[in-house]
Write a protein that binds this ligand. Structure first.
Ligand SMILES: *[C@@H]1O[C@H](CO)[C@@H](O)[C@H](O)[C@H]1NC(C)=O
Ligand SMILES: *[C@@H]1O[C@H](CO)[C@@H](O)[C@H](O)[C@H]1NC(C)=O
Ligand SMILES: *[C@@H]1O[C@H](CO)[C@@H](O)[C@H](O)[C@H]1NC(C)=O
Length: 462
Protein backbone atom coordinates (compact mmCIF):
# COMPACT_ATOMS: atom_id res chain seq x y z
CA UNK A 1 0.00 0.00 0.00
CA UNK A 2 2.82 2.40 0.93
CA UNK A 3 4.44 1.72 -2.43
CA UNK A 4 1.26 2.57 -4.26
CA UNK A 5 1.01 5.94 -2.54
CA UNK A 6 4.61 6.74 -3.41
CA UNK A 7 3.95 5.75 -7.01
CA UNK A 8 0.86 7.93 -7.10
CA UNK A 9 2.79 10.90 -5.69
CA UNK A 10 5.60 10.45 -8.20
CA UNK A 11 3.04 10.33 -11.00
CA UNK A 12 1.25 13.45 -9.80
CA UNK A 13 4.52 15.39 -9.69
CA UNK A 14 6.11 13.89 -12.78
CA UNK A 15 3.31 14.50 -15.23
CA UNK A 16 3.00 18.31 -14.94
CA UNK A 17 6.80 18.63 -14.92
CA UNK A 18 6.91 16.49 -18.02
CA UNK A 19 4.29 18.55 -19.84
CA UNK A 20 5.97 21.83 -18.88
CA UNK A 21 9.27 20.44 -20.11
CA UNK A 22 7.71 19.51 -23.44
CA UNK A 23 6.13 22.93 -23.86
CA UNK A 24 9.55 24.48 -24.28
CA UNK A 25 10.99 23.62 -27.64
CA UNK A 26 14.15 24.53 -29.54
CA UNK A 27 14.15 27.37 -32.10
CA UNK A 28 13.60 26.61 -35.76
CA UNK A 29 17.01 26.23 -37.41
CA UNK A 30 17.79 28.23 -40.53
CA UNK A 31 18.19 26.38 -43.81
CA UNK A 32 20.02 27.48 -46.90
CA UNK A 33 17.27 26.83 -49.42
CA UNK A 34 19.79 27.07 -52.26
CA UNK A 35 22.30 24.59 -50.84
CA UNK A 36 24.00 22.85 -53.76
CA UNK A 37 24.05 19.04 -53.72
CA UNK A 38 25.24 18.29 -57.23
CA UNK A 39 28.74 18.35 -58.69
CA UNK A 40 30.43 21.67 -57.94
CA UNK A 41 31.24 22.34 -61.60
CA UNK A 42 27.54 22.24 -62.55
CA UNK A 43 26.73 25.19 -60.32
CA UNK A 44 27.11 27.69 -63.15
CA UNK A 45 25.39 25.45 -65.70
CA UNK A 46 22.12 24.61 -63.96
CA UNK A 47 19.25 23.89 -66.34
CA UNK A 48 15.98 24.65 -64.54
CA UNK A 49 13.64 23.48 -67.29
CA UNK A 50 11.07 20.77 -66.67
CA UNK A 51 11.68 17.85 -69.01
CA UNK A 52 9.30 14.98 -69.77
CA UNK A 53 10.59 11.64 -68.56
CA UNK A 54 9.69 8.03 -69.29
CA UNK A 55 10.85 4.85 -67.58
CA UNK A 56 13.00 2.91 -70.00
CA UNK A 57 13.89 -0.69 -69.23
CA UNK A 58 16.75 -1.02 -71.71
CA UNK A 59 17.58 -4.28 -73.43
CA UNK A 60 21.07 -4.21 -71.95
CA UNK A 61 19.74 -3.79 -68.42
CA UNK A 62 17.16 -6.57 -68.85
CA UNK A 63 19.71 -9.00 -70.30
CA UNK A 64 22.18 -8.29 -67.52
CA UNK A 65 19.46 -8.67 -64.88
CA UNK A 66 18.27 -11.99 -66.30
CA UNK A 67 21.82 -13.27 -66.46
CA UNK A 68 22.44 -12.35 -62.83
CA UNK A 69 19.16 -13.93 -61.74
CA UNK A 70 19.90 -17.15 -63.65
CA UNK A 71 23.40 -17.30 -62.19
CA UNK A 72 22.29 -17.03 -58.59
CA UNK A 73 23.54 -19.73 -56.25
CA UNK A 74 20.91 -21.81 -54.49
CA UNK A 75 20.21 -20.92 -50.87
CA UNK A 76 20.33 -23.59 -48.19
CA UNK A 77 16.82 -24.93 -47.51
CA UNK A 78 14.89 -23.21 -44.74
CA UNK A 79 14.92 -24.84 -41.32
CA UNK A 80 12.15 -27.35 -40.78
CA UNK A 81 8.79 -25.82 -39.96
CA UNK A 82 10.02 -22.28 -40.35
CA UNK A 83 8.16 -19.38 -42.03
CA UNK A 84 9.72 -15.92 -41.99
CA UNK A 85 11.16 -16.10 -38.48
CA UNK A 86 14.72 -16.20 -39.82
CA UNK A 87 14.05 -13.62 -42.51
CA UNK A 88 12.84 -14.28 -46.04
CA UNK A 89 12.00 -17.97 -46.38
CA UNK A 90 14.69 -19.49 -48.61
CA UNK A 91 12.25 -22.12 -49.84
CA UNK A 92 10.43 -19.34 -51.69
CA UNK A 93 13.42 -17.80 -53.43
CA UNK A 94 13.45 -19.98 -56.56
CA UNK A 95 9.80 -19.26 -57.34
CA UNK A 96 10.30 -15.52 -57.13
CA UNK A 97 13.48 -15.61 -59.21
CA UNK A 98 11.75 -17.68 -61.85
CA UNK A 99 8.85 -15.25 -61.91
CA UNK A 100 11.12 -12.21 -62.26
CA UNK A 101 13.24 -13.85 -64.96
CA UNK A 102 10.60 -15.58 -67.03
CA UNK A 103 7.15 -14.15 -66.33
CA UNK A 104 7.60 -10.53 -65.38
CA UNK A 105 6.67 -8.71 -68.61
CA UNK A 106 9.26 -5.96 -68.78
CA UNK A 107 7.87 -4.01 -71.72
CA UNK A 108 4.29 -4.24 -70.47
CA UNK A 109 5.37 -3.11 -67.02
CA UNK A 110 7.33 -0.26 -68.56
CA UNK A 111 4.10 0.85 -70.26
CA UNK A 112 2.23 0.53 -66.98
CA UNK A 113 4.83 2.61 -65.16
CA UNK A 114 4.61 5.24 -67.89
CA UNK A 115 0.83 5.63 -67.71
CA UNK A 116 1.14 8.94 -65.82
CA UNK A 117 3.04 12.00 -67.03
CA UNK A 118 6.51 12.06 -65.49
CA UNK A 119 9.20 14.71 -65.52
CA UNK A 120 12.62 15.62 -64.27
CA UNK A 121 13.83 19.01 -63.18
CA UNK A 122 17.04 20.16 -61.56
CA UNK A 123 16.72 21.27 -57.95
CA UNK A 124 19.83 22.40 -56.07
CA UNK A 125 22.06 20.54 -58.50
CA UNK A 126 20.07 17.30 -58.59
CA UNK A 127 17.71 16.05 -61.28
CA UNK A 128 14.53 15.18 -59.42
CA UNK A 129 12.06 12.75 -60.96
CA UNK A 130 8.35 13.16 -60.34
CA UNK A 131 4.89 12.09 -61.46
CA UNK A 132 2.42 14.91 -62.04
CA UNK A 133 -1.25 14.18 -62.67
CA UNK A 134 -3.78 16.94 -63.19
CA UNK A 135 -7.47 16.20 -62.72
CA UNK A 136 -9.93 17.09 -65.47
CA UNK A 137 -12.12 19.56 -63.65
CA UNK A 138 -15.50 20.96 -64.65
CA UNK A 139 -16.21 24.64 -64.05
CA UNK A 140 -16.48 25.75 -60.43
CA UNK A 141 -14.21 23.03 -59.17
CA UNK A 142 -10.92 24.20 -57.74
CA UNK A 143 -7.71 22.23 -58.28
CA UNK A 144 -5.40 21.94 -55.27
CA UNK A 145 -1.87 20.49 -55.31
CA UNK A 146 -0.91 17.50 -53.17
CA UNK A 147 2.69 16.45 -52.65
CA UNK A 148 2.82 12.66 -52.08
CA UNK A 149 6.00 11.45 -50.41
CA UNK A 150 7.06 7.79 -50.35
CA UNK A 151 9.71 6.07 -48.22
CA UNK A 152 11.93 2.99 -48.09
CA UNK A 153 11.69 0.29 -49.42
CA UNK A 154 8.82 1.86 -51.30
CA UNK A 155 8.84 4.19 -54.27
CA UNK A 156 6.44 6.23 -56.38
CA UNK A 157 5.05 2.82 -57.40
CA UNK A 158 3.17 2.79 -54.10
CA UNK A 159 0.84 5.47 -55.46
CA UNK A 160 -0.14 4.10 -58.88
CA UNK A 161 -3.40 2.48 -57.79
CA UNK A 162 -4.30 5.45 -55.60
CA UNK A 163 -3.68 8.22 -58.14
CA UNK A 164 -6.92 7.64 -60.14
CA UNK A 165 -8.94 7.83 -56.90
CA UNK A 166 -7.04 10.86 -55.65
CA UNK A 167 -7.49 12.77 -58.89
CA UNK A 168 -11.12 11.77 -59.38
CA UNK A 169 -13.96 14.30 -59.50
CA UNK A 170 -16.99 14.10 -57.25
CA UNK A 171 -20.17 16.13 -56.94
CA UNK A 172 -19.68 15.93 -53.21
CA UNK A 173 -16.50 18.00 -53.41
CA UNK A 174 -15.81 21.55 -54.57
CA UNK A 175 -12.16 20.72 -55.22
CA UNK A 176 -10.01 18.19 -57.03
CA UNK A 177 -6.46 17.11 -56.39
CA UNK A 178 -3.45 17.52 -58.62
CA UNK A 179 -0.90 14.92 -57.56
CA UNK A 180 2.85 15.53 -57.50
CA UNK A 181 4.73 12.38 -56.47
CA UNK A 182 8.53 12.76 -56.56
CA UNK A 183 11.18 10.10 -56.14
CA UNK A 184 13.17 11.03 -53.05
CA UNK A 185 16.73 12.23 -53.53
CA UNK A 186 18.89 9.18 -54.29
CA UNK A 187 15.79 7.02 -54.88
CA UNK A 188 14.39 5.69 -58.14
CA UNK A 189 15.17 8.02 -61.01
CA UNK A 190 16.15 11.01 -58.89
CA UNK A 191 19.83 11.92 -58.60
CA UNK A 192 21.70 11.29 -55.37
CA UNK A 193 23.61 13.96 -53.46
CA UNK A 194 27.34 13.87 -54.18
CA UNK A 195 28.45 14.94 -50.68
CA UNK A 196 27.39 14.06 -47.12
CA UNK A 197 24.47 15.73 -45.39
CA UNK A 198 21.34 14.97 -47.43
CA UNK A 199 19.09 14.00 -44.52
CA UNK A 200 15.32 14.26 -44.17
CA UNK A 201 15.45 17.99 -43.39
CA UNK A 202 17.47 18.72 -46.52
CA UNK A 203 15.06 16.56 -48.52
CA UNK A 204 12.19 18.65 -47.20
CA UNK A 205 13.93 21.71 -48.64
CA UNK A 206 14.32 19.95 -52.01
CA UNK A 207 10.62 18.99 -52.01
CA UNK A 208 9.53 22.53 -51.23
CA UNK A 209 11.77 23.88 -53.99
CA UNK A 210 10.32 21.34 -56.41
CA UNK A 211 6.80 22.56 -55.59
CA UNK A 212 7.92 26.16 -56.14
CA UNK A 213 9.46 25.18 -59.47
CA UNK A 214 6.06 23.86 -60.49
CA UNK A 215 4.43 27.11 -59.44
CA UNK A 216 2.97 25.99 -56.10
CA UNK A 217 3.68 28.36 -53.25
CA UNK A 218 1.18 26.58 -51.06
CA UNK A 219 0.24 22.93 -51.11
CA UNK A 220 -0.96 19.91 -49.17
CA UNK A 221 1.37 17.13 -48.10
CA UNK A 222 0.84 13.40 -47.60
CA UNK A 223 3.54 11.06 -46.34
CA UNK A 224 4.15 7.56 -45.04
CA UNK A 225 7.40 5.93 -43.91
CA UNK A 226 10.29 8.39 -44.57
CA UNK A 227 7.68 10.48 -46.35
CA UNK A 228 6.01 11.03 -42.98
CA UNK A 229 9.25 12.34 -41.49
CA UNK A 230 9.97 14.55 -44.49
CA UNK A 231 6.33 15.71 -44.58
CA UNK A 232 6.47 16.63 -40.90
CA UNK A 233 9.70 18.57 -41.52
CA UNK A 234 8.04 20.41 -44.40
CA UNK A 235 5.16 21.42 -42.16
CA UNK A 236 7.66 22.44 -39.47
CA UNK A 237 10.17 24.37 -41.58
CA UNK A 238 7.74 25.77 -44.16
CA UNK A 239 4.61 26.17 -42.08
CA UNK A 240 3.45 29.01 -44.35
CA UNK A 241 3.60 26.80 -47.43
CA UNK A 242 1.94 23.65 -46.14
CA UNK A 243 -1.84 23.99 -46.07
CA UNK A 244 -2.44 20.63 -44.41
CA UNK A 245 -0.51 17.51 -43.56
CA UNK A 246 -1.90 13.99 -43.84
CA UNK A 247 0.12 11.02 -42.68
CA UNK A 248 -0.37 7.27 -42.44
CA UNK A 249 2.64 6.96 -40.14
CA UNK A 250 1.79 9.39 -37.37
CA UNK A 251 4.73 9.41 -34.96
CA UNK A 252 6.32 11.94 -32.72
CA UNK A 253 10.05 11.27 -32.81
CA UNK A 254 11.04 13.77 -30.12
CA UNK A 255 13.17 11.76 -27.69
CA UNK A 256 11.15 12.91 -24.69
CA UNK A 257 7.93 11.70 -26.32
CA UNK A 258 8.97 8.15 -25.60
CA UNK A 259 8.83 8.92 -21.87
CA UNK A 260 5.06 9.24 -21.79
CA UNK A 261 4.31 5.58 -22.56
CA UNK A 262 6.92 4.74 -19.94
CA UNK A 263 5.36 6.94 -17.25
CA UNK A 264 1.88 5.81 -18.27
CA UNK A 265 2.88 2.18 -17.92
CA UNK A 266 2.19 2.56 -14.18
CA UNK A 267 -1.49 2.36 -15.11
CA UNK A 268 -2.11 2.72 -18.87
CA UNK A 269 -5.95 2.85 -18.76
CA UNK A 270 -5.64 6.19 -16.97
CA UNK A 271 -4.04 7.64 -20.10
CA UNK A 272 -5.21 5.66 -23.06
CA UNK A 273 -8.35 4.12 -24.51
CA UNK A 274 -8.62 0.32 -24.22
CA UNK A 275 -7.81 -0.28 -27.90
CA UNK A 276 -4.78 2.02 -27.61
CA UNK A 277 -3.58 0.21 -24.51
CA UNK A 278 -3.84 -3.02 -26.44
CA UNK A 279 -1.56 -1.70 -29.18
CA UNK A 280 1.00 -0.04 -26.93
CA UNK A 281 1.37 -2.47 -24.04
CA UNK A 282 3.10 -4.41 -22.66
CA UNK A 283 6.09 -2.22 -23.48
CA UNK A 284 8.33 -5.27 -23.41
CA UNK A 285 6.50 -6.50 -26.49
CA UNK A 286 7.09 -3.18 -28.25
CA UNK A 287 10.79 -3.19 -27.41
CA UNK A 288 11.24 -6.79 -28.47
CA UNK A 289 9.47 -5.92 -31.76
CA UNK A 290 11.99 -3.10 -32.27
CA UNK A 291 14.90 -5.45 -31.58
CA UNK A 292 13.51 -8.07 -33.94
CA UNK A 293 12.56 -5.80 -36.81
CA UNK A 294 14.94 -2.83 -36.78
CA UNK A 295 18.27 -4.52 -37.51
CA UNK A 296 18.17 -3.21 -41.07
CA UNK A 297 17.70 0.28 -39.71
CA UNK A 298 20.88 0.16 -37.65
CA UNK A 299 22.78 -1.22 -40.62
CA UNK A 300 21.54 1.51 -42.99
CA UNK A 301 22.16 4.20 -40.39
CA UNK A 302 25.77 3.17 -39.87
CA UNK A 303 27.19 1.25 -42.85
CA UNK A 304 24.87 1.77 -45.83
CA UNK A 305 27.64 1.34 -48.39
CA UNK A 306 28.59 -2.11 -47.08
CA UNK A 307 25.18 -3.76 -47.42
CA UNK A 308 24.66 -1.45 -50.41
CA UNK A 309 27.32 -3.30 -52.40
CA UNK A 310 25.63 -6.68 -51.94
CA UNK A 311 22.24 -5.25 -52.92
CA UNK A 312 23.71 -3.45 -55.92
CA UNK A 313 25.31 -6.61 -57.32
CA UNK A 314 22.72 -9.22 -56.56
CA UNK A 315 19.15 -8.88 -57.78
CA UNK A 316 18.08 -11.99 -55.86
CA UNK A 317 19.58 -10.47 -52.72
CA UNK A 318 17.75 -7.20 -53.37
CA UNK A 319 14.56 -9.15 -54.02
CA UNK A 320 14.50 -11.05 -50.73
CA UNK A 321 15.70 -8.02 -48.76
CA UNK A 322 12.83 -5.87 -49.97
CA UNK A 323 10.18 -8.60 -50.02
CA UNK A 324 10.87 -9.52 -46.41
CA UNK A 325 10.21 -5.88 -45.50
CA UNK A 326 6.91 -5.99 -47.36
CA UNK A 327 5.89 -9.10 -45.44
CA UNK A 328 6.86 -7.81 -42.02
CA UNK A 329 5.54 -4.28 -42.42
CA UNK A 330 2.29 -5.26 -44.08
CA UNK A 331 1.28 -7.78 -41.42
CA UNK A 332 3.63 -9.17 -38.78
CA UNK A 333 1.11 -11.90 -38.05
CA UNK A 334 2.12 -13.52 -41.35
CA UNK A 335 5.58 -14.29 -40.00
CA UNK A 336 4.85 -17.99 -39.55
CA UNK A 337 3.67 -18.42 -43.15
CA UNK A 338 6.32 -19.76 -45.55
CA UNK A 339 5.22 -17.17 -48.14
CA UNK A 340 5.26 -14.37 -45.57
CA UNK A 341 1.67 -13.58 -46.57
CA UNK A 342 2.95 -11.63 -49.57
CA UNK A 343 0.29 -12.96 -51.92
CA UNK A 344 -2.49 -11.97 -49.52
CA UNK A 345 -1.88 -8.25 -49.84
CA UNK A 346 -0.04 -7.51 -53.07
CA UNK A 347 0.39 -8.96 -56.53
CA UNK A 348 3.77 -10.22 -57.72
CA UNK A 349 3.76 -7.53 -60.37
CA UNK A 350 3.28 -4.75 -57.85
CA UNK A 351 6.12 -6.03 -55.72
CA UNK A 352 8.55 -6.53 -58.60
CA UNK A 353 7.63 -3.16 -60.15
CA UNK A 354 8.68 -1.56 -56.91
CA UNK A 355 11.94 -3.50 -56.84
CA UNK A 356 12.58 -2.52 -60.47
CA UNK A 357 12.54 1.12 -59.39
CA UNK A 358 15.59 0.32 -57.28
CA UNK A 359 17.25 -2.09 -59.70
CA UNK A 360 16.87 -0.30 -63.05
CA UNK A 361 18.34 3.05 -61.92
CA UNK A 362 20.81 1.30 -59.57
CA UNK A 363 19.60 3.39 -56.66
CA UNK A 364 19.44 1.03 -53.69
CA UNK A 365 22.77 2.10 -52.21
CA UNK A 366 22.16 5.83 -52.48
CA UNK A 367 18.60 5.36 -51.16
CA UNK A 368 19.61 3.67 -47.93
CA UNK A 369 22.17 6.41 -47.19
CA UNK A 370 19.15 8.45 -46.09
CA UNK A 371 19.24 6.58 -42.78
CA UNK A 372 22.87 7.47 -42.14
CA UNK A 373 22.35 11.11 -43.06
CA UNK A 374 19.24 11.46 -40.92
CA UNK A 375 20.74 9.72 -37.89
CA UNK A 376 23.94 11.69 -38.16
CA UNK A 377 24.59 13.77 -35.04
CA UNK A 378 24.65 17.06 -36.94
CA UNK A 379 21.21 16.28 -38.34
CA UNK A 380 19.76 15.13 -35.03
CA UNK A 381 21.05 18.32 -33.41
CA UNK A 382 18.62 20.30 -35.57
CA UNK A 383 15.98 18.93 -33.14
CA UNK A 384 13.21 19.40 -35.69
CA UNK A 385 11.23 16.58 -34.11
CA UNK A 386 10.82 18.67 -30.98
CA UNK A 387 9.16 21.60 -32.75
CA UNK A 388 5.37 21.21 -32.93
CA UNK A 389 3.56 21.42 -36.27
CA UNK A 390 0.89 24.12 -36.22
CA UNK A 391 -0.42 23.18 -39.67
CA UNK A 392 -3.74 21.30 -39.58
CA UNK A 393 -2.92 17.62 -39.50
CA UNK A 394 -4.80 14.40 -40.14
CA UNK A 395 -3.67 11.03 -38.85
CA UNK A 396 -4.46 7.71 -40.47
CA UNK A 397 -3.64 4.65 -38.40
CA UNK A 398 -3.79 1.24 -39.99
CA UNK A 399 -4.19 -1.89 -37.94
CA UNK A 400 -0.94 -3.66 -38.75
CA UNK A 401 1.41 -0.70 -38.78
CA UNK A 402 4.12 -1.93 -36.40
CA UNK A 403 5.04 1.57 -35.21
CA UNK A 404 2.11 2.92 -33.26
CA UNK A 405 1.56 5.87 -30.95
CA UNK A 406 -1.71 6.97 -29.44
CA UNK A 407 -2.85 10.49 -30.46
CA UNK A 408 -2.07 11.60 -26.91
CA UNK A 409 1.57 10.84 -27.67
CA UNK A 410 1.65 12.19 -31.23
CA UNK A 411 0.13 15.42 -29.87
CA UNK A 412 3.55 16.63 -28.83
CA UNK A 413 4.52 16.91 -32.47
CA UNK A 414 1.03 17.43 -33.91
CA UNK A 415 -1.06 19.60 -31.59
CA UNK A 416 -3.44 20.64 -34.37
CA UNK A 417 -5.00 17.31 -35.39
CA UNK A 418 -8.37 17.70 -37.12
CA UNK A 419 -9.15 14.01 -36.98
CA UNK A 420 -7.71 10.55 -36.53
CA UNK A 421 -8.88 7.69 -38.72
CA UNK A 422 -8.35 4.27 -37.18
CA UNK A 423 -8.58 1.36 -39.59
CA UNK A 424 -9.37 -2.24 -38.69
CA UNK A 425 -7.16 -3.43 -41.56
CA UNK A 426 -4.12 -2.49 -43.59
CA UNK A 427 -0.41 -2.20 -42.93
CA UNK A 428 2.54 0.04 -43.59
CA UNK A 429 2.28 0.30 -47.39
CA UNK A 430 -1.28 1.51 -47.22
CA UNK A 431 -1.66 3.37 -50.50
CA UNK A 432 -0.55 0.25 -52.35
CA UNK A 433 -2.50 -2.23 -50.24
CA UNK A 434 -5.77 -0.31 -49.84
CA UNK A 435 -5.66 2.46 -52.44
CA UNK A 436 -9.33 3.35 -52.23
CA UNK A 437 -9.45 3.51 -48.44
CA UNK A 438 -6.25 5.53 -48.42
CA UNK A 439 -7.46 7.98 -51.07
CA UNK A 440 -10.86 8.47 -49.47
CA UNK A 441 -9.17 9.43 -46.25
CA UNK A 442 -6.79 11.86 -47.95
CA UNK A 443 -9.71 13.47 -49.79
CA UNK A 444 -11.69 13.78 -46.55
CA UNK A 445 -8.70 15.32 -44.85
CA UNK A 446 -8.14 17.89 -47.58
CA UNK A 447 -11.82 18.83 -47.47
CA UNK A 448 -11.48 19.46 -43.73
CA UNK A 449 -8.15 21.30 -44.14
CA UNK A 450 -9.86 23.62 -46.59
CA UNK A 451 -12.68 24.34 -44.14
CA UNK A 452 -10.19 24.91 -41.34
CA UNK A 453 -8.03 27.20 -43.43
CA UNK A 454 -11.04 29.23 -44.57
CA UNK A 455 -12.25 29.55 -41.01
CA UNK A 456 -8.81 30.59 -39.86
CA UNK A 457 -8.51 32.94 -42.81
CA UNK A 458 -5.21 31.76 -44.14
CA UNK A 459 -4.19 34.36 -46.68
CA UNK A 460 -4.01 33.26 -50.29
CA UNK A 461 -5.72 29.98 -49.52
CA UNK A 462 -5.73 27.98 -52.70
C1 LIG B 1 13.67 3.30 -74.63
O1 LIG B 1 14.89 3.52 -75.32
C2 LIG B 1 14.94 2.92 -76.60
C3 LIG B 1 16.36 3.07 -77.12
O2 LIG B 1 16.82 4.38 -76.96
C4 LIG B 1 13.89 3.53 -77.48
O3 LIG B 1 13.91 2.93 -78.76
C5 LIG B 1 12.51 3.35 -76.84
O4 LIG B 1 11.53 4.02 -77.58
C6 LIG B 1 12.51 3.88 -75.41
N1 LIG B 1 11.24 3.57 -74.76
C7 LIG B 1 10.51 4.47 -74.09
C8 LIG B 1 9.27 3.96 -73.45
O5 LIG B 1 10.84 5.62 -74.01
C1 LIG C 1 27.54 14.03 -40.17
O1 LIG C 1 27.23 15.03 -41.11
C2 LIG C 1 28.19 16.07 -41.18
C3 LIG C 1 27.63 17.15 -42.07
O2 LIG C 1 27.12 16.64 -43.25
C4 LIG C 1 29.49 15.47 -41.70
O3 LIG C 1 30.46 16.47 -41.78
C5 LIG C 1 29.94 14.38 -40.73
O4 LIG C 1 31.07 13.74 -41.27
C6 LIG C 1 28.84 13.35 -40.50
N1 LIG C 1 29.24 12.47 -39.43
C7 LIG C 1 29.19 11.16 -39.54
C8 LIG C 1 29.60 10.38 -38.34
O5 LIG C 1 28.81 10.60 -40.54
C1 LIG D 1 -13.66 12.23 -37.35
O1 LIG D 1 -13.55 10.89 -36.95
C2 LIG D 1 -14.67 10.38 -36.32
C3 LIG D 1 -14.33 9.01 -35.80
O2 LIG D 1 -13.63 8.25 -36.75
C4 LIG D 1 -15.83 10.37 -37.32
O3 LIG D 1 -16.99 9.86 -36.70
C5 LIG D 1 -16.08 11.79 -37.78
O4 LIG D 1 -17.05 11.80 -38.79
C6 LIG D 1 -14.80 12.39 -38.34
N1 LIG D 1 -14.98 13.78 -38.66
C7 LIG D 1 -14.77 14.27 -39.86
C8 LIG D 1 -14.96 15.74 -40.00
O5 LIG D 1 -14.41 13.58 -40.80
Amino acid sequence: MGRLIILALITIVAIPVYYLYLKSHPPLPKFDVNEWWGPEEMKTKQDISIKPFAVNFSKVMIEDLRKRLKNHRPSPPPLEGVGYEYGFNSGQTEGWIRYWTEEYAFSEREKYLNQFPQYKTNIQGLDIHFIRVKPKVPQGVETVPLLLIHGWPGSVREFYEAIPYLTSISDARDFAIEVIAPSLVGFGFSDAAVRPGMGTAQMAVVMRNLMRRLGFEKFYVQGGDWGSVIGAHLATIFSEDVLGYHTNLPLSWAPSTFLLPLIASIYPPLFFKPQEVERMYPLTEFYSMLTEEMGYFHLHATKPDTIGKALTDSPSGLLVYILQMFSTWTCREDVSRPDGGLGLHHTKEQLIDNIMLYWAPNSINTAIRLYAESFNKTHLNLRLDEIPVQTPTWLLQSKYEPLYQSPLVTRFKFPNVLNVTVLDKGGHFLSLELPEVFSEDVLNAIGEFRKWNKKNAVKNEL
